[in-house]
Design a protein. Sequence first.
Length: 248
Amino acid sequence: MAVEAHRFIHMITSACFATVVFTMVACSGGYHSANLNGEKKVYRVDEHGAKTLGYETGQNGNSTIRDADAPMAQRSVAAQEMVGQLSANGAGQLEQLGRTPKRQPSDPIYVSLVPPVLDPQMEKAERTKGAVAEQIRSEFAADPIIKLIEENRNQSGLMKPHVLASVDVEVSPKVSLKEAYGIDRKTGKPTKMLAVVFEATITSQVPPATYNVSESGHALRTLEISKRFASQVKQVIREKIGPTIPAH
């Protein structure tokens, strides 16, 4: 990742430098440019038509000033210094980012678990309002690493936040009831059944990343399926997101 970032900064600074030089040449009178075998040469032309090589850029992109007394060359020196400073600042930012400590495996991961969105069929099937949300939340309540937090400080019971802290990960669940085809265990033939589908979008704040998980099965096994679903979500948080989160 650091290598790619260094390449990106090099590309940006090279492009900025080329733009500055192009602008100076275009706006300055008495100069002539020529390209030969991938090399660009810029000449200063006096009133008699005599040309003096002032600046050249090789095939590797490196630039060399040949006539340091020419105004164009002096401005080029200033441009090079500016680009050098830009590169140094970019490298400094990369170094600072690289020094940012990551959380340790035993450190908590603060998660915002959004109340699940239920489709109309699931809303009708839910015996007690909020039961599905509480069931999902209960799967995280005793986790030693994942700590649920909420903006609402007045909640109680399973809905009460463990700790108030900045959010590392946001989990947005959705639960639906759908008709599906399965295999009848007695006859071994396809049969229509009512399936419950748990889905979640898992979003990491720093660094930005998004994951999607789903779990489904017979509606009569909703509790079992919700446990498998929560296990998937926790696995993504701990194994895929956890190692990249900065330390608090």
